[in-house]
Design a protein around this ligand. Structure first.
Ligand SMILES: Cc1cc2nc3c(=O)[nH]c(=O)nc-3n(C[C@H](O)[C@H](O)[C@H](O)COP(=O)(O)OP(=O)(O)OC[C@H]3O[C@@H](n4cnc5c(N)ncnc54)[C@H](O)[C@@H]3O)c2cc1C
Length: 357
């Protein structure tokens, strides 16, 4: 228990708000989390890859280094969740197999390998003839690829459910409303909903890609825009003990995270708009890419689609910004990596609250 116990208002209960609430409540602070639809934003659409290496992109070296620390942070968080809930968070350290569909996709893989090399990211070149098991279920026309052995994944639904149970155990209050306006007065921060005026010593906006509540005055250093993504969930093949499959297909990025029992997450589209309806055309393209890379999905059953808005900052890096009114901070910009980075965002929240004491 921390010597100076604080009260904290967390606005937004996606993976960032939930892990921050857990970290703060576990440190002994009194937490109220406000969200009309906990974990129904980007977090619900996420595949749950903790994949710093497979997510490597030109110009994003600092993002890569940040994510490298996140897997260990998730393992520690999982241990703590086990202590509080008695449950077990499954973190699957399967690595990632990265492949290309046609000649130009294979050139993209070579460019990707070049960037990985320049970041000093570990990877291995593999072929179907030397490691046939890695290519199980993958199209016969794909003969080689890269394995990024350090990557892992978890099931975000399981993580959310354990976090919610833990918050319950730790006495966190959850208010199922939107915060419409924020403020501060002599006794601390204030968040106003349609029905309540909620007070605390510190406040954190973990609102993902949503517009900030009225009264929030960021410094202007950061902005956030939504980058929409769709995943399809199918009951298909069980490759859960093998690396996650990622591919370039006709220049598009595709992945399949296969969970034990054959539940597969196929993803993901990426475009800069905020409609949540899933369009027939984009679903058709996603499923066609899936069938090209993993033909045995032909007879899989479609379970559902999920659409979410990734919170992207100008430089595609996450940020934790203190803003006005005094006592408030804004934790966002986690873009494609919010599940991965959540335990680190939670530590930022803890540092902010304890330094404000
Ligand atoms: C298709 C897709 C696949 C992805 N796959 C991965 C992956 O494999 N690995 C990975 O690391 N990341 C992945 N991501 C990225 C990750 O999902 C996001 O970075 C992460 O979910 C962001 O979390 P968040 O809590 O900031 O936002 P969100 O999950 O969007 O949560 C924000 C919450 O704030 C609430 N809120 C907003 N405004 C208010 C208000 N005024 N008052 C109260 N509540 C409010 C919303 O209701 C929502 O619940 C993926 C994203 C998408 C879309």
């Amino acid at each position: 228990m921390n010597a100076t116990k604080r009260t904290v208002l967390i606005v937004g209960g996606g993976i960032i708000g939930l892990t921050s609430a857990f970290r703060l409540a576990r440190a002994g602070h009194g937490v109220t989390l406000v969200d009309p639809a906990v974990a129904q934003g980007a977090t619900r659409a996420a595949a749950g890859m903790l994949a710093p290496s497979a997510e490597i992109a030109p110009g994003e070296e600092s993002n890569y280094r940040l994510q490298r620390g996140a897997l260990e942070a998730w393992k520690r968080l999982g241990d703590e969740l086990a202590v509080v809930t008695g449950g077990h968070l499954d973190i699957h350290e399967t690595g990632t197999l990265v492949v290309g569909w046609d000649a130009s996709d294979r050139r993209l893989i070579e460019q990707f390998a070049g960037v990985a090399e320049s970041f000093d990211a570990p990877f291995e070149r593999v072929t179907r003839s030397t490691s046939p098991e890695l290519f199980e279920g993958v199209s016969d026309r794909i003969h080689d690829g890269l394995v990024m052995a350090d990557d892992a994944w978890l099931d975000p639904d399981q993580a959310v459910s354990m976090l919610r149970r833990a918050l319950d155990e730790l006495g966190v209050t959850i208010v199922s409303e939107s915060v419409l306006r924020i403020d501060a007065d002599a006794s601390g921060v204030v968040g106003e909903t349609a029905n309540a005026r909620l007070g605390a010593s510190s406040g954190i906006l973990a609102t993902g890609s949503a517009a900030l509540p009225l009264g929030a005055l960021p410094t202007g250093e950061h902005t956030v825009r939504p980058v929409r993504g769709v995943t399809a969930r199918v009951q298909g093949i069980d490759r859960s003990s093998l690396p996650v499959v990622r591919a370039f297909v006709r220049g598009r990025a595709f992945y399949m995270v296969s969970r034990p029992g054959g539940y597969c997450v196929l993803g993901a589209t990426s475009d800069e708009r905020s409609e949540l309806a899933v369009e027939v055309g984009e679903l058709q393209r996603l499923l066609r890419d899936a069938l090209d890379i993993v033909p045995s999905l032909e007879t899989a059953s479609v379970l559902e689609t999920r659409c979410g808005l990734r919170p992207a900052s100008d430089d595609l890096r996450p940020f934790f910004e203190q803003l006005q009114p005094t006592g408030w901070a804004w934790s966002s910009g986690h873009y494609r990596h919010g599940v991965t980075l959540a335990p680190l965002a939670a530590l930022d929240a803890l540092t902010f609250v304890e330094r404000s004491a």
